[in-house]
Design a protein around this ligand. Structure first.
Ligand code: FAD
Length: 475
């Protein structure tokens, strides 16, 4: 039988290990997969099976070389329980996979991947407005379910992101300033614990508190999540791009949005220059008002230069089409920091200084900010595990590259990203977002969890005493 260290060295994709790799692969094949399959109402997918390559792939292709020895395709909480128990009996590390969009590939393993994609149902209790979502449902399943209804929760822009991963780490979206984070709407959850027991969490249960923002993969596997929905109607959305005077536009936009009502949700991207274009500013916005009202809010930016793009008013779910992103698999790294204070002219100057230094040799890069505040900050840091309750913006520096980007070029670009990040940290003053999980962070425990860390660690010790749910940045 394989030991844990063998697994951590990597079982499949182990061709790179030469003859030793083949041995590991053979040993993984000797595991009692048939016994696992027998215990599941779902199925087991192994290397070589038709669907293996598709199911094993993470969204961040940077981590695609690490492949699971096997995948348990679970249909319900009992399957998840059986998979956990089987993995423990056989000394196989395990990981949960919902949407597979972990920035750091943390739903990838060399052991057993517990895949929840079949558990993607969404239902609604009409009398309470509470929606229950399967542990493997994705944003797209929710969009489809709510598409003809005047209801929503705070959700992301990318249809293939898992609702579980999103909610367990907080969940930012254009609704958060008016209604709070995704985790703020979570009223209950079913979870399978390290010993295979299935629990329903509600009320003031410590584990529910922890599941509301401490990040996925830490305490157990959440097989369903229940959210209190809110009403939505017609909204105005925009996708606007300024190509002229980008530095002035960014400075003016952040000031204007600082004054905007909570019903305005936004993301601003300052896109790094390429060989054919200069720095551009893109504003994605959602406003519970009219196009004229949105124009008025942005008047100072319009006065600098006329943006290209679209401003339109529509039913909430139709309007989301303007804001959504495909989020297809790619090679990338994101680094985040909350701004606990205004983004002033000096901060904008630092951002532009670093954008101008971008080597222009990766695929693309950008500095982006999501406006936080509003309802997000009506909660105290200790009310849920999501501790970042005093921020005004969440900033992230994104870097995308290609499969064939030479390693020296990649290193140079990652160094640029790190230096840019180090310049932002002292200005931003906040922590880092646990859902933009970042393998380059040194102080990640305090950056993600701040004053909630000690309570979270105590809960972790009780819920998972033998560290079944362990990954590089787990509690
Ligand atoms: C293209 C893209 C767009 C994004 N947009 C947004 C956005 O708009 N707002 C936002 O807040 N974030 C956004 N994110 C970040 C996203 O919320 C996190 O990456 C989130 O963790 C992804 O969840 P997932 O289920 O897709 O990922 P997975 O990789 O499946 O899971 C992420 C982590 O949670 C664990 N996990 C998965 N399912 C469960 C479960 N059921 N129970 C317990 N643990 C589980 C995994 O083991 C892993 O550690 C985006 C990410 C990408 C790549």
């Amino acid at each position: 039988m394989l030991n844990r260290r063998d697994f951590l060295r990597g079982v499949v994709g182990a061709a790179a290990l030469g003859a030793g790799g083949a041995e590991l692969l053979a040993a993984a094949r000797r595991l009692p997969w048939a016994a696992l399959a027998h215990r599941l109402s779902g199925s087991v997918v192994l290397p070589g099976d038709r669907t293996y390559a598709e199911f094993a792939l993470p969204n961040n292709l940077r981590y695609s070389a690490l492949r699971p020895a096997g995948i348990a395709m679970c249909k319900n909480a009992r399957d998840v329980s059986a998979a956990i128990v089987w993995a423990r009996e056989n000394g196989v590390p395990l990981v949960a996979r919902s949407g597979g969009h972990s920035y750091a590939g943390y739903s990838t393993t060399s052991g057993l991947m517990i895949d929840l994609r079949a558990m993607n149902g969404v239902s609604l209790d009409e009398s309470t407005g509470v929606a229950t979502v399967g542990g493997g449902a994705r944003n797209g399943d929710m969009y489809q379910f709510f598409g003809n209804r005047n209801l929503a929760i705070t959700h992301g822009r990318c249809p293939s992101v898992g609702v579980a991963g999103l909610a367990l780490g907080g969940g930012i979206g254009f609704n958060m300033r008016a209604h709070g984070l995704t985790c703020d709407h979570m009223v209950a959850s079913e979870i399978v614990l390290a010993d295979g027991t299935i629990r329903t969490l509600s009320g003031d249960h410590d584990l529910l508190w922890a599941c509301r923002g401490a990040g996925g993969g830490n305490f157990g596997i959440n097989t369903s999540l229940a959210f209190q929905t809110f009403d939505v109607g017609k909204i105005t959305v925009c996708d606007l791009v300024w190509e002229e005077q980008p530095e002035r536009v960014l400075a003016v936009l952040v000031e204007a949005l600082d004054r905007a009502p909570r019903t305005f949700g936004s993301k601003i991207s300052a896109k790094a220059p390429t060989s054919s274009s200069g720095i551009q500013i893109e504003l994605l916005g959602q406003f519970a008002g009219t196009p004229a009202g949105l124009h008025e809010l942005l008047a100072d930016a319009y006065a600098i230069a006329q943006p290209k793009g679209v401003v339109t008013m529509d039913h909430y779910w139709k309007a989301q089409r303007v804001l959504s992103e495909a989020g297809l698999p790619a090679y990338y790294q994101e680094r985040s920091r909350f701004f606990d204070q205004a983004i002033d002219h000096r901060a904008v100057a630092v951002v532009f200084d670093w954008l101008r230094r971008y080597p222009k040799t990766a695929k693309s890069a950008a500095f982006k900010v999501f406006q936080t505040g509003g309802r997000v900050n009506d909660w105290k840091p200790s009310d849920t595990a999501f501790v970042h309750r005093q921020s005004r913006w969440l900033a992230a520096i994104e870097l995308y590259w290609e499969r064939d980007t030479p390693s020296d070029t990649l290193r140079q670009n990652l160094e640029w990203q790190s230096a840019f990040y180090e310049a932002i940290v002292p200005i931003a003053k906040g922590g880092a977002y646990q859902n933009f999980i970042d393998p380059s962070l040194g102080d990640w425990k305090s950056a993600y969890h701040g004053a909630n860390l000690a309570r979270l660690e105590a809960i972790k010790r009780r819920a998972d005493p033998s560290g079944v749910f362990t990954f590089r940045e787990s509690l």
